[in-house]
Design a protein around this ligand. Sequence first.
Ligand code: URA
Length: 301
Amino acid sequence: MIDRYRKYLLRRLMTSGDTLYRVGGSAHSAEGSPAAGTGIERSSEPASPWLTPEDGRAKQERESIRGAALFSSPADPPGKRTESASGTIRVGSSKEQPNLFGEAENVTLVDGLEGLDLVALEKMVSTCTKCPLCDGRTRAVFGEGDPRAKIVFVGEAPGKNEDLEGKPFVGRAGQLLTKILASVGFTREEVYIANVLKCRPPKNRDPKEEEVMACKPYLKRQIELLNPALICALGRVAAQNLLETNAALSVLRKNIHFYEGVKTLVTYHPAALLRNPNLKRPAWEDIQEARRIYDEALNGI
Ligand code: URA
C-alpha cells in the first residue's frame, strides 16, 4: 500500500509539477505555500486538484501564526492532532456495572444487531421504519466502499441525489469529496463512506435527535463490522453525533478522538468547503493528517 502511495506521489510530481510537503513525517503534495514556522516544509509551488492558491491563504497565514502557540512542538504542523486529556472525546457503549459480587465490570450494551453482517444490515436498513424519514425516502443510503477499508468517512445524511441513487456523496459535495480523497491518493472504492442518517431529511434540514437515535445502532454496527483504523467525521453534525458532544467543529478538529475505540478525526464537510473556500486549506491539512494516521496504522508504526 505504501509503495502504491509513493508511486502515486511520484507520478503526480512528475506530471503536475507538484510540491512535496513533509507533514508529520510523511511526504504529501500540496498547493499553495504554508506560512513559515508551521512545520510544513515547502519545496516548490504546488498544485492540488481541489485547492486553488487563493483558497484561504490569508486566513491560513493568520491561523498558522496563532496555531504555532497551540502545538506542543514547533515541528508539529497545525493540522496535527494530539490526544489530550482535556480535548479528546471517547465514546463507547460499554459501561461499568456492578457484577453479582458487587465488583465493577465492563458490560457491553446490546442493541439487537450484533448477529448481522454488512449485507443483512443493509437489507434491514433498506426497509427500516424506525423514524418518520422512511415516509419521504426514495432509497435508504446505507453506505458504500471496500468492506475491508481501514478508513471510514462519515457524513451527515443523504441529500436529494443520494436519496435518488441510494449512494452516499454523489452530488456536488460528493464530487469534491472524491477530489479530496484523490489528492492524498485514495480512490472512493478503497475507502468506505457512510452517513449518520441513512434517509434524507426533508429539504436537507439538520437531523433531529430522534432520527439520530433511531439510526445510531446501524452506524455503530456498520463501523464494528468494518473495523477501521480511522474514522473521519465530515462536518459538525457527523462529529457531534458520533462523539456525543456539542463542542464546536473548530475545537473538535484539534484533537484525535475515539468512537467505540476507533481513532476519530474531525474535518469540515465538503459542502462547507463549497460555501466557504477559506476552509479548504485547513481541510487540506486534515486530509493529509488522515492519510498519515492511515499509513501509520497500515504499517504498524
Ligand atoms: N452530505 C452528506 O453528509 N452525506 C451525503 O451522502 C451527501 C451529502
